[in-house]
Structure formats: C-alpha cells, structure tokens
Design a protein around this ligand. Structure first.
Ligand code: GAP
Length: 449
C-alpha cells in the first residue's frame, strides 16, 4: 500500500471538529447556544481523560512507595485562601474599553496599546489597569453575608497542605514524601479561547513533595527531569516539549523558583505543567493563620522543622489537549486522506475493535464471541457495518491501535487478521493468542511516524 509519511497537519479547527464528530468533547449546554469556555467530555473523551489520570496516578503513587494520595473537598474554609495568599495576590490586571466595553488582561495586549490607552479591537479609550481576583466566590448555607463566603478552590494544592498533619499521623510516611491529588479547580479567567486549553473549570493533577529545606535544589532538579520524562512515557513527541524558566516578574506569589514544561500546541508554545519550589511559604502561613503546629520531627536526628515543598502541578484537561494535538496525523494512502490519532495504546479510548468480514455464514457470531472474551482484558468495540476499509478508517480516526477481522479462514484454522493502526500492517494470529499478542504490543510500544 502506497502512503506518504505522517504529515500531522493538525489545526485547532480540525481537532475541535473531530472531537465533536467522534464524541470526545462537546460544547457545554450546546442546545442553549453553549456556555463560553465550558466543555463536556463525551464517551470517548471521558475514557481518554480517565486513562491519562490513571497513568499519572500510577506514576505517582504506585511507582513510588513514599507518595500517597488524598481527595480533598473543593470548598474549603475561607481562611485557607487568606493564608495561602490567594485573596490578596491571585489577581490579573484588567483594562476595559470605554467604547466597545470589551475587557482585556493588561499583560496580554500589545504594549503600545497600553501606553496610548487605545483598545486593540476598536481603538476606543482604555481604563487604567485594575486588579481582578480570579477566585469564584459563593455562599454556603441559607444566608448570604460575609460570614458565609466560600471560594471554589483555584488550585488543588491547598487541600494537601491543610491535610499535611492528618497524613503524617495516619500513614507512617517520613520525609522526603509526597501527597498526590487529582481534582477540579476553578478560575474566573478572562481570556478563555483555544478550546479546552484555558477554561474556568478544569482539572489538575498535583503532587506536593515534602522535603528538608537544605535539599530543595536537589529535589527540584529531580522532579523537573522526572516530569519531563513522564510526558515521553505518555507517548508525547520530545521535540514538542521544552522547559521555560520563570523570570522574577513571572513567579507566582508562593514560588522561589519555577519551571514550566511547555508543549508546542497548534497555537504555539504554552505551559502544560509547572514545577515549583514553594519553600515553607504555605505551611508557615497555615501555621500562622490556624495556630496549629505543622512542623515535622525527624525521629533520627530529633530535628524539628517546617518542611519545604516541591510541587509538580499538571493540568489534566490541558493534558487531554496535548494528547489530542500530538496524536493527530493525516497521511495520503493511495490518493485518499487518512486521519489517524496516534495515541499511545495505553491511552486510546478503544484498545481493540473486532469485525466480521461479512455478517453472514456465521462470521458475526464468531466475531461477537471473540469481542466478548476480549472485554475481560481490554476496552473493545464491535462493528459489522460497511466495507471493511471504511471500518478500519473509522477506528483510525478515534485512535484504536488494534483491529481484529474474522473471515472465512477463521472457520478453518481459528486464526484472525490483526491489523495495526500506525503501520496498517496485517498479520495472522490464532484466536487464543490475541490477548497476549496485544498485551506485548502495548508493553513494547514506541511511537513511529
Ligand atoms: N498549584 C500550582 C498551580 O496551580 P498553575 O501554574 O497556576 O500552578 C498548574 O497551574 C497547571 O494547571 C497549569 O500548568 C495548567 O496545566 C493547569 N491550568 C491552570 N489554569 C488553567 C485553566 N484556566 N484551564 C485549564 N488548565 C489550567
């Protein structure tokens, strides 16, 4: 079969359209015209997101005997956000256009517009920048007053810090150790374009690593490299990843040092994960605001100290966009365009699709049985509609790495065709060997263009 090498060809328009067409991501409340910057994950999207989350969770907790997990509530005591510095510092500078009434982040519009106070959209007059807090505020209970104010958490990290003592007392961890968490976070973002890249409601996968203050450089370097390597394990192309160190003007209020891991999205290089040295800032602030002892006693040296924290903070929903962008590929096969999502097989929403070559002569019964047996091992999909070539293309477009076709030879010798998504190569495999063969292919997987 003649084909050109993968030519990617990814654009946001193509991605958004594929996501909608195939059930990865839908616009929120679409039947009402949609809610801007909110997105729903469809049947394939939810599988992809779950697999990414599981991959991260395994990487953090199962593969490290000194990292444990928690799942804290989204709503926390309002004092948490005073202590963390978010009430005071978690702001963006905003300017409004007096003419067209649009609102912009002052740090994101061209400097000459700011100097001249001219709107980049309509040329109208801009207001002076004002600080706008990104936290969503609501009230808990029946009375709306200052005493009932709660915030939706803008980062999951604080749920870990306020549980530091609980985890220490209950799980026998010793420094250095980590606490991992995956969950929703909320920010009232003003600029929310680019699909699921920046949204007001999103998910984070954060790990806070508690260390002795004298070892912060060592652990920072360790986690920075480890997290970069993780994206390669996830199947992301290395040339699409890079580090960006935060300059003094970019550092968050809690960070002494920060590196972003950036990915080259179709709209340019942007942050995917932050690795931060948060020092003892957060624990010390919680000690001050709660009056509780959050220090650590080393039972060997008898030294008591407030640990430093190295944080790895990845966006789960943003990683979904990375995985989708990185997987998208188009190639010419015998004069026709083939769209193929080259997901790592561990992430693909469907692992194996099973087809009878034709419905008749008992082939669909055999294919059904094979598909049912495989369910125990993999996520499967059964399809008997349309020409076989079209069925393969449908699976390519959702990134199914393996297709199994039952034909007349199956009835004679109990073998099937196993077809590989990336190379389109086909081999014969005995029915009983399918799970082991697919398992081996997944374990040995290396991305090839
Ligand atoms: N606890 C530290 C923290 O929250 P951050 O750099 O503000 O650090 C970490 O966020 C990650 O969370 C980002 O690298 C990004 O992947 C994700 N993230 C942040 N804001 C987001 C948003 N509005 N929409 C989607 N993902 C977001």
């Amino acid at each position: 079969m003649e084909k050109t090498a993968g030519i990617s060809g990814v654009t946001m328009d193509k991605l958004v359209s594929l996501c909608k067409r195939r059930g990865f991501v839908f616009q929120s409340s679409e039947i009402y015209g949609g809610l801007s910057s909110a997105w729903d994950y469809g049947p394939l999207g939810v599988e992809l997101k779950k697999r990414i989350q599981n991959f991260w969770w395994k990487e953090m907790t199962q593969l490290n005997d000194n990292i444990v997990g928690i799942d804290a509530a989204i709503m926390m005591h309002p004092k948490v956000w005073e202590a963390s510095g978010h009430v005071e510092n978690f702001t963006d500078p905003l300017v409004d256009c007096k003419k067209c009434r649009q609102r912009f982040r002052a740090d994101q519009i061209p400097e000459e517009n700011l100097i001249k106070h001219i709107c980049p959209e309509c040329g109208g007059e801009l207001t002076e920048p004002r600080q706008f807090n990104l936290m969503f505020k609501t009230n808990i209970g029946p009375v709306e007053n200052d005493a009932s104010v709660v915030y939706l958490r803008p980062e999951t990290a604080q749920g870990i810090y306020v549980n530091f003592r609980n985890v220490l007392q209950t799980s026998r961890v010793k420094i250095p150790f980590g606490i991992a968490q995956v969950g929703k976070a909320f920010r009232n973002e003003i600029t929310t374009k680019n699909f699921i890249f920046r949204t007001c409601e999103f998910e984070q996968m954060e790990m806070q690593y508690f260390i002795h203050p004298s070892e912060d450089e060592k652990w920072f370097e360790y986690w920075k490299e480890k997290r970069f390597g993780y994206y390669k394990k996830l199947g992301i192309r290395e040339e699409k990843l890079r580090f960006h160190q935060h300059g003094p003007g970019e550092l968050a209020h809690y960070a002494k040092k920060a590196f972003d891991i950036e990915y080259e999205f179709p709209f340019g290089w942007k942050e995917l994960e932050g690795v931060h040295n948060r020092t003892d800032y957060d624990l010390k602030r919680h000690i001050e605001y709660s009056g509780k002892d959050l220090s650590y006693l080393d039972d060997q040296s008898r030294e008591r100290y407030v640990p430093y924290i190295i944080e790895t903070s990845a966006g789960l929903t943003r990683t979904v966009l990375v995985v989708l962008s990185d997987a998208y590929d188009e190639e010419d096969v015998e004069g026709e365009k083939r769209v193929v999502m080259r997901f790592h097989p561990k992430l693909a929403p469907v692992t194996a699709a099973v087809f009878p070559l034709v419905k008749k002569d008992g082939l669909s019964e055999i294919a059904h049985n094979i598909e049912e047996d495989l369910r125990e091992h993999f996520t499967t999909f059964y399809d008997q509609g349309g020409a076989i070539g079209r069925r393969y293309r449908r699976q390519d477009e959702i990134g199914t790495p393996f297709c199994i076709t039952v034909d007349y030879q199956t009835k004679e010798d109990k073998t099937v065709t196993l077809r590989f998504r990336d190379s389109m190569e086909q081999i014969r495999v005995p029915v009983g060997e399918i799970p082991a063969r697919i398992g081996k292919e997944i374990a040995d997987y290396r991305r090839k263009e």
